[in-house]
Design a protein around this ligand. Structure first.
Ligand SMILES: NC(=O)c1ccc[n+]([C@@H]2O[C@H](COP(=O)([O-])OP(=O)(O)OC[C@H]3O[C@@H](n4cnc5c(N)ncnc54)[C@H](O)[C@@H]3O)[C@@H](O)[C@H]2O)c1
Length: 661
């Protein structure tokens, strides 16, 4: 593969300017070309202003900014602009004839080995490539807006795109800090295919009278399904309104995929009335008074968003069916491109593939639209009994050591297992599947003799930001009961779990995350962390044992202060109150966790197990009962090899070697 040194970006607009800035930051020599000098001046100013902001924030120096600007040239003459380019990234308006004209013009004056990457978000790469002198050197590179915040890049392979062109595009993309996924040249590629279909389906739900209003659909998508925003609200607000774009995309899908993908009725009437969303004042919602939208949590209680989810899963399965991309790439695309809280195929596994297929069949039989027909990928999974989490196998497998939210490793030498809460993009917040995985991880190390102590910490900068509130959006006390009981059961189990558990509180431990820490045996807190019960500020209560453990650990006065005032507790206060055992400077935190976990892992396992049970059960009854069970426990430990080893080692002045026997 040829080394990339010079990149030319065509178009200094919303996307081109930022793509050029990323290329300069990656160290490339960058030329920006637009059709008029004034467009180039405007683009240069936007880049310069954005870098000034970063200098102000202390992200880099003013000299660095000048160095970046020094890597950029701004040229109107096309021949001059592309003559040295190894890679040309085209970001001109989304018009097929224009893209083709640009591909033709550029490939005629550029070097023969130049790679032409188009940033189209919906047009066919093969069609654009036809106009180029070397169609095999044309590739799609679909950046997401704004590229400075959205790291996803879809690399789209046209029918004749060469391996070399793909590699050139990928190398440059990685240098520009992109997370790359690959997809063949299909309508909408991955993220927009799923987004547009699910948004259109949200609209169909209203047309079909399954939901009454946009508010009802959006509330269910947001609070029940856990999407960051309702999809209709998103159509109104994304870059100030994309209803016009969505309408054209669905027309395009209807032409290229199947006519049943046509724009849904409300979308069509909004488009025809030129109500494109925020930018025109009206869309699915009225924005004319300038207010931000408020979606009430309980507005979607009567609408089941499974119809929207099932259609998104079906589109994903259809992409897999034609081998357009892979399972992992689909899940990366929806998380990084659409800000979904989880991969859509992970969501399907949790919902149950049979439930997804049943829903698609229901929609198909009721509304007779081809797009609802379940993909053969899904029906085959059902036939093979691969129904998702409940059968241990779905799009992913859920066997031993296989987790979505937890990272579990065990060090045979130290006998310490590390259980990392691994959902950093959502502050490691807990949902029911997450809680189930912590339980499963504890199962996996419970009988492992090579594990004597478990350390729980959080991936990224948080320990655990709390628990999902979706149970509260169901409008049923039953759902909340199940949700609360799930957490209570796990946390109680941890208190009597036969091995010591350390909470290594590396960052914020909030709500359900703090309750998790309180159920551990020892708490070590970094001085950059904070603890907080925010529940009462939301009209909730700490529902996973928080009130009960807090009062036992720190007494009524302090527990009431924490719960009722809902303020953050600093590390200094936390250790003074006895809410945590130790605090450490951030740079000494890991060393402290290592030292204490090793010490516990070298302890006498049977005595530790018994002591934990005594400290828990004994505290539930009166003191005399506690003393009695303590006596019984002492007797049952008296004949163990560990006790013999402990006392022998004491008199032999050596460290004991406990075996748990
Ligand atoms: N804006 C988004 O949200 C977004 C997201 C992903 C992809 N895209 C895609 O990126 C591309 C550009 O979109 P945008 O939003 O930056 O558009 P834009 O209108 O902001 O910018 C396009 C720029 O291209 C210039 N231009 C027109 N003809 C040209 C030519 N022949 N040579 C060089 N420059 C030319 C225009 O003068 C303008 O400055 C489109 O294909 C769009 O679909 C946009």
């Amino acid at each position: 593969m040829k080394e990339v040194k010079n990149i030319t970006v065509l178009g200094a607009g919303a996307m081109g300017g930022q793509i050029a800035a990323l290329a300069a930051e990656a160290g490339y020599k960058v030329t920006v070309r637009d059709i008029k000098q004034e467009f180039l001046d405007k683009g240069r100013k936007l880049m310069s202003d954005a870098w000034d902001k970063r200098v102000k924030r202390g992200e880099f120096t003013a000299e660095k900014k000048e160095e970046l600007l020094g890597r950029l040239s701004f040229i109107v003459d096309v021949k001059e602009a592309v003559k040295d380019a190894d890679l040309v990234i085209e970001a001109v308006p989304e018009i097929m004839d224009l893209k083709k004209a640009v591909a033709k013009e550029v490939s005629e004056v550029a070097r023969d080995d130049m790679v032409f990457a188009t940033n189209t978000s919906s047009l066919s790469i093969a069609e654009i490539a036809k106009a180029a002198k070397h169609p095999e050197r044309v590739v799609g590179t679909h950046y997401f807006n704004p590229p400075s915040f959205m790291p996803l890049l879809e690399i789209v392979h046209g029918k004749v795109t060469s391996e070399d062109a793909i590699q050139v595009a990928e190398t440059a993309a990685k240098a520009m800090r992109r997370t790359v996924i690959h997809v063949i040249d299909v309508p909408g590629f991955v993220a927009n295919r799923i987004f547009c279909v699910m948004s259109n389906e949200s609209d169909w739900a209203i047309a079909h009278n399954e939901a009454k209003t946009a508010l009802e659909v959006d509330s269910a998508l947001k609070f029940k399904l856990g999407l960051p925003m309702g999809l209709l609200e998103l159509e109104d607000t994304l870059t100030n309104g994309v209803i016009d774009v969505e309408y054209h995309v669905m027309e395009y899908f209807a032409e290229t995929l199947d006519k049943s993908y046509r724009p849904a009725p409300l979308l069509e009437s909004l488009y025809k009335a030129k109500n494109y969303g925020k930018k025109t004042g009206k869309g699915y919602y009225d924005w004319t008074d300038g207010k931000t939208n408020e979606i009430p949590m309980n507005a979607g209680a009567n609408f089941d968003p499974i119809c929207v989810l099932a259609c998104g899963v079906n589109e994903s399965a259809k992409l897999l069916e034609i081998k357009a991309t892979t399972r992992d790439e689909i899940d990366i695309a929806v998380q990084l491109g659409l800000n979904f809280p989880r991969g859509i195929l992970r969501m399907a596994d949790s919902e149950g593939i049979d439930n997804i297929v049943n829903e698609l069949n229901r929609l198909y039989t009721t509304y007779k639209d081809e797009r609802y027909k379940p993909s053969s990928v899904l029906t085959k999974m059902v036939a093979e009994g691969k129904l998702g989490r409940k059968t241990g196998e779905g799009f992913y497998s859920y066997g031993f050591g296989k987790f979505e939210f937890v990272k579990l490793t065990a060090n045979k030498e130290t006998k310490v297992a590390r259980l990392v809460l691994n959902r950093p993009s959502r502050a490691n917040s807990l949902n029911l599947d997450f809680v189930a995985e912590i339980n499963k991880a504890l199962d996996e190390v419970e009988n492992d003799n090579n594990v004597r102590c478990i350390v729980i910490s959080g991936a990224g900068s948080n320990f655990c930001g709390g628990a999902d509130v979706s149970a509260f959006a169901q409008g049923k006390a039953d759902s909340v009961l199940k949700f609360s009981d799930y957490g209570q059961t796990l946390y109680t189990r941890m208190e009597v779990y036969p091995k010591p558990i350390i909470a290594a509180i590396n960052g914020a431990a909030i709500g359900g995350g703090l309750e998790l820490a309180l159920a551990c045996d020892i708490r070590i807190m970094s001085k950059k962390a904070q603890l907080r019960f925010p529940e009462l500020t939301l009209g909730l209560i700490p529902g996973w044992g928080g009130t009960q453990r807090a009062i036992r650990l720190i007494g009524g006065t302090r527990a009431k202060e924490m719960v009722l005032l809902a303020d953050a507790v600093t590390p200094e206060k936390a250790v003074e109150w006895g809410l945590v055992n130790f605090i450490a400077e951030p740079d000494k935190f890991e060393a402290m966790v290592d030292e204490i976990s090793k010490k516990l892992a070298n302890g006498a396992p049977l005595a530790q197990k018994m002591a934990k049970a005594l400290l828990y059960y004994g505290a539930q009854g009166d003191q005399r009962t506690g003393a009695f069970i303590e006596t019984e426990a002492a007797a049952s430990l008296s004949l163990t090899k560990d006790l013999n080893e402990g006392i022998t080692s004491l008199f032999s002045r050596r460290a004991p070697k406990f075996k748990g026997q």
